[in-house]
Design a protein around this ligand. Structure first.
Ligand code: SF4
Ligand code: SF4
Length: 523
């Protein structure tokens, strides 16, 4: 079996809050010791384990250290961006919205600083999704669940909610003691303050979300004066509720039970991906400082782990990482910080828990040097896909034009015979003006010699070519009739091309020509 499957199986077979065995061999030995069917003998009724396991409350302890600091910095940056970005202004000219990031549903536009995406350019969203997926795969191949531990919104908001909980209800021990006591005024006041603050943050989270869909300062004013559209209040209510429930109440359950990524990640990982790892080669057998000294005196081995459980107490998902890879571990690194503090106190080297690989733990046991391979086939492949998609997107964005046209032939009738014997086909043209000035386009058609083109409702011409006027940042649908003067062979399907070019004072500017092709059908 491949090492990736090895790790995936070990992770999947480990319950989130229970210690796991270190390898498949150990898992297999444990399975052999465990009867397949519960019950001691043939007379005893078979008992199935319950499908539902009640949740054990997790009371994560306060911790400080390198990874905790990184998490605070990432939390401040990501939440700062989320809450403040709608208020960032971006000057696009008089006829365009001045919000840097805006999803303008009524006008079907997406604005991102200097980029404006039209509904016709949906391919950019596909490109963005590919980039996001590949970035996630690359992160996973290099250092495991970096996304889960530091960047995922569920982690960030849960982290914030847990900090508020510690501030109002005390750190782990105090909170645990208080939860065992009857409800007193003090306990009610603390719990009430916590839930009030949670709701305030959840409400502001929902409020910030709707600001991405309209001009933020105007919407804030409308919301405060109850003049905003009903849909804004509905979405704020929905997001307040989901944030409060997911980050306040469900927390690690979202990561362990609801999110599909841990399962996908477990299947994508390999033996060279760095993961938060308990170095059992160094830690086992566990013994207190005193007991370890006694064991050493007798010439018996003792590991560095003193079984203080600090790494478990700080874990936001309640995992004991010493059990090996675990589906519940979001790889936030907080157990590394807590264990490092313990090691520092007892004068042993840090990083008993560290970002490491199982392969290195095994190599050290065999007195071999650890190996780190960031450049591997899969990391190169992900990086190449990211580079190619990114370059293609950047190139097409940089070279795209403000003028575009698309064409649709009438389905029925395909052609009409006029009284003078000539043949006519009808089309619908959608002409797009992405610039911020009104434009007049000269319409021409090639592929059918001696044919007339008429735009229904337009009486302006440049020479014999019809003109089409379009406002700034708009599209316009026009009906176009093409009449062939020459006889058309029965069953003919002649390729034709419609072109538009912006008109200046006299005639064509000679600028960019946008074209769209279709066919002229014979009888
Ligand atoms: S914090 Fe370190 S020493 Fe304490 S139980 Fe965890 S791994 Fe062992
Ligand atoms: S085991 Fe360690 S890295 Fe994993 S979630 Fe818990 S504290 Fe974070």
């Amino acid at each position: 079996m491949c090492p990736g499957c090895d790790i995936a199986m070990a992770m999947l077979e480990t319950a989130p809050n229970q210690p796991a065995s270190h390898s498949l061999t150990a898992l297999a030995e444990e399975a052999a010791r465990t009867p397949l069917i519960a019950g001691g003998g043939p007379d005893e009724p078979e008992e199935e384990p319950p499908l539902y396991a009640a949740r054990r409350n997790v009371y994560p302890q306060r911790v400080s250290g390198t990874y905790r600091r990184v998490k605070w910095i990432v939390l401040c940056i990501t939440l700062g961006i989320y809450y403040l970005l709608p208020f960032v202004r971006w000057d696009r000219g008089p006829n365009a919205p001045g919000q840097a990031v805006l999803i303008d549903f009524p006008n079907r536009r997406f604005y991102f600083f200097f980029i404006e995406i039209w509904p016709q350019e949906f391919c950019y969203l596909t490109g963005l999704l590919i980039l996001a997926a590949m970035a996630l795969f690359l992160m996973n191949a290099v250092a495991g669940r970096l996304w889960c531990g530091y960047l995922c919104p569920q982690t960030v908001w849960t982290d914030l909610f847990q900090a508020i909980e510690r501030w109002t209800e005390g750190d782990r021990r105090e909170h645990l003691q208080r939860d065992r006591q009857p409800w007193t005024i003090d306990r009610i006041a603390r719990a009430g303050t916590k839930h009030f603050l949670w709701l305030m943050i959840a409400w502001w989270t929902g409020g910030a979300w709707v600001l991405y869909f309209a001009d933020a300062p105007t919407l804030v004013k409308d919301l405060a004066t109850f003049q905003a559209p009903l849909v804004a209040y509905v979405f704020i209510g929905l997001l307040t509720f989901t944030t409060y429930v997911l980050a306040g109440w469900m927390r690690e359950q979202v990561c362990v039970y609801m999110c599909p990524w841990p399962r996908i990640q477990a299947a994508l990982t390999d033996e060279y991906a760095l993961n938060v790892t308990y170095r059992y080669d160094r830690g086992e057998p566990r013994a207190s400082v005193k007991k370890a000294a006694a064991l050493h005196e007798q010439g018996l081995p003792a590991g560095d782990c003193i079984d203080c459980l600090q790494c478990v107490h700080v874990c936001p998902t309640g995992v004991d990482i010493r059990g090996g890879p675990n589906l519940g571990c979001i790889q936030c690194g907080l157990c590394i910080d807590s264990c490092d503090a313990v090691m520092l106190k007892i004068g042993r080297p840090a990083r008993l828990i560290a970002y490491d690989t199982d392969i290195n733990v095994k190599r050290r046991q065999q007195s071999e040097k650890p190996i780190y391979r960031i450049v591997r086939a899969r990391t190169v492949l992900y990086a190449v896909i990211i580079a190619v998609v990114g370059i293609v997107m950047a190139y097409t964005l940089a070279t795209r034009h403000n003028d575009a046209v698309s064409v649709l032939h009438d389905r029925n009738p395909l052609y009409v015979r006029l009284s003078d014997g000539s043949l006519r086909n009808a089309y619908t043209l959608r002409v797009i003006n992405k610039s911020l000035e009104p434009k007049t386009y000269v319409l021409s058609m090639t592929g059918l010699p001696d044919a007339d083109i008429d735009v229904i409702g337009s009486s302006s011409f440049a020479g014999s070519n019809p003109l089409i006027q379009i406002g700034p940042d708009q599209t316009r649908e026009v009906r176009v009739l093409v009449t062939a003067r020459d006889p058309i062979a029965p069953g003919a399907s002649i390729p034709i091309v419609f072109s538009i070019v912006p008109k200046s004072d006299g005639y064509n500017t000679g600028g960019y020509t946008a074209s769209a092709g279709d066919h002229f059908f014979g009888p």
